[in-house]
Ligand binder design. Structure first.
Ligand code: F0G
Length: 458
């Protein structure tokens, strides 16, 4: 008999979590103005808000923490981190930053000017924010398949090469770089194939452009290349990451995801001119070049985290857990962005709460119902997150309306996955009775989802 699959680690330290009653949750929801970002974490039983900074470090990472070198300049921990990054990516120049958006801020300050156009697959919110705040355009060239949640294709995060080529043909002198997000978070944690990265490189070379990878989940992307793309089954994850980054000029990184640290990020590049330009912004914004916003100990833990999380077994455990949750949703007939992504399941609220009009925010309503049901906190990636059109000030109802269940790395067990799935099933089973959603009582002009105040209707 074949042995069953099991985690590639055992547990050394645990953190108690607490269940609550429905009455308590009802009150807490009211106090939070029906916005789960406003809940205190103690009011949450299983937290699927994000996979960012929520992972569990290994014993080797905690040990590395004790060895951190806190020297202001020339920290040994910086050189250890730089060496690991160079080994995984081939990039020689590294600038640490306090998180991913800080890497964007530093590098984009050097590269983007007003009226520029930055094409790529779906830009993450902060990436888009850092492009748009410089009065430039973030042009989404993701493949159309990503919009159909029920379509089962292996690399739904890909860049549409025709759209990219058109963008470059029309805006060639306005494009400072092409940016590819691996994996494509906004499209559902969907991977980008090596072939697609090669095609992006070819088009970039044709127009003399450089390519940046937004690499928050690059190791998960490499796992999908190994397990789904022809010719990669026998390659190690580290060989694959090296090949992926050989097709880019530089990267921004939120280390809070695939670095498995609670805080941190960096820029890396092969080009001295980019490095020199970014240096000028790192020092005033983040700090001196050999710490740039990170403690020495955190750089030490990150060096180990990057090395560990580019080993197959660690990634296999992680992705299989996300796929396990997906298999339970399949059993209950609950629709989500298919196939399951790397870091999360994106539940298709518009296909579940069909009686809730889009003006009443179905995905947010589902997020509230799931919390009410079992204290499971997900996150709306839908019409509230989409903000208003900057010119017409109308709500943007054009995209997908999803509930994201992000899975923290090495934190929850498969039993927690069962609780999440059954809680969602209980809501799903009474979906037809849910006919009203929420209305906005107060909202910020930008990034409203963090602080929006809502009122339940009906
Ligand atoms: N790029 C991607 C693809 C991301 O998913 C994120 C963060 C960032 C950049 C910014 O990095 O948070 O370290 O500043 N995503 C988190 C999420 C917040 O929940 O998906 P950061």
């Amino acid at each position: 008999m074949e042995l069953p699959f099991a985690e590639s680690w055992k547990i050394k330290m645990v953190e108690p979590i607490r269940k609550s009653t429905r009455e308590e949750r009802e009150q807490w929801l009211k106090d939070a103005n029906y916005n789960v970002f406003q809940l205190s974490a103690d009011q949450v039983y299983i937290d699927c808000l994000t996979d960012s900074g929520t992972g569990a470090m290994s014993d080797r990472q905690w040990a590395a923490l004790m060895m951190g070198d806190e020297s202001y300049a020339g920290s040994r921990s910086f050189f250890e981190l730089r060496d690991v990054i160079t080994r995984l990516t081939g990039f020689e120049y590294v600038i640490p930053t306090h998180q991913g958006r800080a890497a964007e801020n530093v590098l984009f300050s050097a590269l983007i000017k007003a009226c520029d156009v930055c094409p790529g697959n779906s830009h993450f919110d902060t990436t888009k924010g850092h492009i748009e705040s410089r009065k430039a355009v973030a042009l989404d060239c993701t493949v159309d398949e990503a919009k159909d949640t029920q379509l089962e294709v292996p690399f739904k995060g890909n860049v549409d090469i025709n759209k990219l080529e058109k963008a470059l043909a029309e805006n060639a002198d306005k494009v400072p770089f092409i940016i590819v997000t691996i994996t494509n978070n906004t499209a559902g944690g969907q991977p980008v194939s090596m072939q697609n990265l090669r095609d992006v490189r070819r088009v970039a070379d044709k127009y003399g452009k450089r390519v940046i990878f937004d690499s928050a989940r690059f190791a998960e992307n490499a796992y999908f290349i190994k397990t789904r793309e022809e010719g990669y089954a026998d390659k190690s994850i580290k060989e694959i990451t090296r090949e992926m980054f050989s097709l880019a000029d530089g990267m921004t990184m939120s280390a809070k995801k695939d670095g498995i640290v609670n805080m941190g990020g960096f820029i890396a590049t092969r080009h001295q001119d980019w490095y020199e330009a970014a240096k000028n912004f790192c020092i005033p914004f983040e700090g001196y070049l050999t710490y740039g916003g990170m403690n020495g100990r955190d750089m030490a833990a990150l060096a180990v985290g990057l090395d560990e999380n580019t080993e197959f077994d660690n990634l296999d455990t992680r992705i299989k857990q996300v796929q396990y949750l997906a298999s339970l949703l399949d059993e209950y007939g609950i629709p989500y962005q298919r196939p399951a992504g790397g870091h999360a399941i994106f539940v298709d609220a518009s296909k579940i709460l069909t009686n809730v009009p889009k003006e009443e925010f179905p995905a947010q309503t589902l997020t509230i119902e799931l919390y009410r049901e079992a204290g499971v906190r997900g996150c709306e990636i839908g019409y509230i997150l989409a903000d208003r059109d900057p010119i017409t000030r109308e709500n943007r109802f054009g995209g997908l309306d999803l509930l994201r269940l992000a899975i923290a790395r090495r934190v929850y067990t498969d039993n927690h996955m069962k609780v999440i799935a059954v809680a969602l099933k209980n809501v799903f089973d009474r979906r037809h009775e849910i006919t009203r959603g929420v209305e906005i009582v107060w909202e910020a002009p930008l990034m409203r989802h963090f602080t929006v105040k809502l009122r339940p209707l009906g």
